[in-house]
Write a protein that binds this ligand. Sequence first.
Ligand code: SAM
Length: 210
Amino acid sequence: MQIQFPPEAFLRQDETPDEQFYEYPRFVAHIDDGAIAAVTQLYREYFAPNSAILDLMSSWISHLPNDVVYRRVVGLGMNREELSRNKQLTSFIVQNLNTTPTLPFSDEEFDGAGCCVSIDYLTNPVAILREVGRVLKPNAPFVVTFSNRCFPTKAIAAWLYTSDEDHLHLVAAFFRAAGNWTDIELLNRSPKRGDPLYAVVAKRAPSAHA
Ligand SMILES: C[S@@+](CC[C@H](N)C(=O)[O-])C[C@H]1O[C@@H](n2cnc3c(N)ncnc32)[C@H](O)[C@@H]1O
């Protein structure tokens, strides 16, 4: 079943351009060490060594395992200073996905993609998920992770008024609505203590127009 999302679901308290909010770098970790380790473990499980990875909504840290070599890691985010400090990226792009919702990549360029604690800031997540599907190879994974906090003024209404459990179903619904995904998994990878860590992982459908 596909949910129809009302436009109000994607409104935010702060509708000023995202460029303003992300103008200054934040060299902080948005989740604690245990939750980061859970993200890294997911990347270890889903991303093959020597593959090409897209880190969507990236910052100065990508949480990829340091002992695995990737052929290419492209970060896309809002703050140039953060991205240029990120040692795991082989290149980066500064782009506002809420005003430019197309990715500057060819079809099937990447073997995997991740988006950590950021999916709630997209005002058109379905279009972005469809684009990520376009640039991934068939059966390639997209690992979307999140915890229990956010920048509330920049998160969409649908996120602010729903629970952690609801967020898993919301992200899964975005994947289904995008139309080019299969094998959607809802995971709770929360460590025993500290920040919880949830993930929705989906595979690019064998045919881009599934
Ligand atoms: C909470 S931070 C998470 C950063 C990083 N993924 C991490 O795990 O530390 C949110 C990130 O989303 C990115 N972001 C927010 N709004 C965006 C937009 N409209 N377009 C592209 N990226 C955006 C910001 O650049 C920022 O790096």
